[in-house]
Design a protein around this ligand. Structure first.
Ligand SMILES: *Cc1c(COP(=O)(O)O)cnc(C)c1O
Length: 473
């Protein structure tokens, strides 16, 4: 060790000296004595390392300020709101559906108060948690009965485990899907205890393929809505209605996994066609499974709707208990489904539908309003252009149908990809991270999902190119 840094080290203030400063008092008030002391020690540790490399000895108040920044950073929640400007409305990594105000209110009540979760007010006896949703979803889908679990993956798992444990589950090779993350239909089937029997080929499956596969040890015929891709060209698939006829004849239940599962016809909102739960039931599926947080616009959940006797069997499976829904999501789902009873106001009250149905002209007008502000903030190294773009529904719904939208394309005058990466990182470092997408030498912000325009502008005001804007906030 050289003389100079050693002298620096000796001159470092003590923990007590730092704790006597006004900044430390603020920190103690807000974060407590113990956390503040620990943060001061960490700040001192950092300063000691810096002094060894020749940095000047900091004042006690500098060290306290450093400790305060550390405490604030540590306090920031890990699960944080962001501006989803990716152009994907139901973005799985960004939490899919935004739930309606009515559903939020219902969740608050269910958290704050004791509720009739499994209690029948009429008889004063034990009730069923699914009862709160059964009548609503049956009414909306035409199904006989319903049960609800943690998510659609759980719904598929539970249905297969109940109907085809140790038996065969027949599925077309064209429908053995993988849906992001690790949801692969064949894996789920095996874990459910079913013996997977693949029929047909990737592009063509015929009725005779199913007919020759169904036998005495068949537990279930599974039809999967290929929600996140489409096979085009020389193809053949057996429609649910035809499949249901032979399943009935052979007395094997037909299960239709719809995935996104809308309960209303979305074409009335200018969106692409997506088969509804009611249609799947009407086409003769014995059970239909679908998600709560995709097109339905509710919290994460998995619905199983259909034949009463099969739903009863599912409810007797001990796995149902392990996969059941909690009271918060039940409350949110009940409120969400109630919104569907008034279709006239649905697009205004249900955020998912509101965003999906948002007219491109509205979005373009917003882009024109925001472009100058963004241009100002980013400085003359960047160009900001108002552009037309296409949004996606996301979460597997309508994979090929995109929605006309508008947004801002930010490019760097040097054409440098690195500059765009740095900019994207700086936008992610804002108090409310702004998430866009880099494509064709521009950082693209699709404004379809931007509802809080004022909040967006306020947030941008703290932009710093280095990306550390919020450290001192
Ligand atoms: C999304 C999807 C699932 C999984 O649903 P989660 O609610 O995400 O568990 C299953 N099947 C299909 C066809 C899907 O699109």
């Amino acid at each position: 060790m050289t003389g100079l840094p050693a002298r620096g080290l000796r001159d470092l203030p003590s923990v007590d000296q730092v704790l006597k400063t006004p900044f430390a008092a603020v920190a103690v008030e807000r974060f407590g004595q113990q956390s503040t002391t620990r943060a001061v020690r960490d700040a001192l540790e950092q300063a000691r390392a810096a002094c060894r490399t020749g940095t000047a000895v900091p004042e006690p108040s500098d060290l306290a300020a450093n400790a305060l920044v550390r405490l604030k950073a540590a306090e920031r929640p890990s699960l944080r709101p962001v501006f989803n400007l990716t152009g994907t409305v139901l973005h799985t990594n960004l939490g899919r559906a935004l739930i309606a105000g009515e559903a939020l209110e219902a969740m608050r009540t269910a958290m704050r108060d004791a509720v009739t979760l499994e209690f029948d007010i009429g008889t004063g006896r034990r009730g069923e948690r699914d009862d709160h949703l059964r009548a609503l979803i049956c009414d909306l889908s035409g199904a006989e009965d319903a049960t609800i679990v943690n998510n659609n993956a759980a719904a598929v798992l539970l249905v297969l485990n109940t109907l085809s444990l140790g038996r065969e589950a027949i599925v077309s090779r064209g429908e053995l899907i993988e849906i992001g993350g690790s949801f692969r239909m064949p894996d789920i089937m095996v874990r459910a205890g079913a013996k997977l029997v693949e029929v047909g080929t990737t592009n063509r499956t015929h009725l005779r393929d199913y007919l020759s596969a169904i036998g005495p040890t068949t537990g279930v015929v599974l039809k999967v809505h290929t929600s996140n891709y489409r096979i085009e060209g020389f193809t053949a698939e057996v429609p649910a209605r035809k499949l249901s006829a032979i399943a009935k004849e052979r007395r094997v239940p037909l299960v239709h996994d719809l995935g996104s599962g809308t309960i209303i016809d979305l074409t009335q909102y200018g969106l692409g066609y997506e088969p509804t739960v009611g249609e799947a039931i009407a086409d003769g599926a014995d059970l239909v499974t679908f998600s709560g947080d995709k097109l339905l616009g509710g919290p994460q959940a998995g619905f199983i709707v259909g034949r009463k006797d099969l739903v009863a069997e599912i409810n007797r499976n001990p796995m149902k208990r392990a996969l059941r829904l909690d009271k918060l999501r039940l409350a949110a789902l009940e409120a969400t489904l109630r919104l569907y009873r008034n279709p006239d106001r649905l697009a205004e009250r249900l955020p998912t539908l509101r965003l999906l149905a948002r007219p491109a002209v509205d979005i373009a007008a917003q882009a024109l309003r925001l472009a100058p502000a963004l241009c100002n903030i980013l400085g003359d190294q960047f160009a900001v252009d108002v552009v037309e773009c296409r949004s996606q529904v996301g979460s597997g719904a309508m994979p090929l149908d995109t929605l006309p939208s508008a947004g801002l394309a930010i490019s760097h005058q040097s054409g440098s990809g690195q500059a765009l990466e740095t900019l994207a990182a700086a936008l992610r470092a804002l108090p409310v991270p702004v998430i866009g997408r880099i494509e064709k030498q521009a950082l693209r912000l699709d404004l379809r999902c931007l509802e809080d325009e004022a909040g967006f502008v306020t947030n941008l005001a703290t932009f710093s190119p280095g990306g550390s804007a919020d450290a001192m906030a």
